[in-house]
Design a protein around this ligand. Sequence first.
Ligand code: HEC
Length: 110
Amino acid sequence: MRPLAVWFGTLMCLVAACGGGPSNNVGVRVEAEPNLAQASRNYIMKCSVCHGPDGAPVLLTAPDLRTSTLSLQERVAIIAYGKGTMPPHQAMLSKAEILDLALYIEAFRP
Ligand code: HEC
């Protein structure tokens, strides 16, 4: 029983705080620059099912992100709170991750 508990503790440590990127003493990620590699992974997992891997919609009612003209703030708000049939993402993504996604999808624009 005990070795398992120790192993689990180590695993949680790796997942939570000890392993990850830069963090301050309260465990909040400090965002110096956008983490676009992580945004790319989040996009593929959480957005591409409707918006397609490069912004060209898969779901017919989803807007084409390549021709979207929304401001950064508007994109952040829609990603966080959802709109119409687009679900909100604020419960599953941090504010920094949402901001990074809003920056990431801008690269789809020609
Ligand atoms: C279940 C399908 C679905 C998923 C998953 C989804 N979206 Fe959407 N998204 C939509 C739909 C539908 C709209 C149009 C909403 C409306 O205007 O009523 C939309 C709108 C948007 C818009 C506004 C574009 C514009 O010009 O109007 C942005 C930006 C956006 N989504 C980004 C994302 C990002 C980033 C993710 C992943 C975190 C995501 N979406 C996940 C379906 C989805």
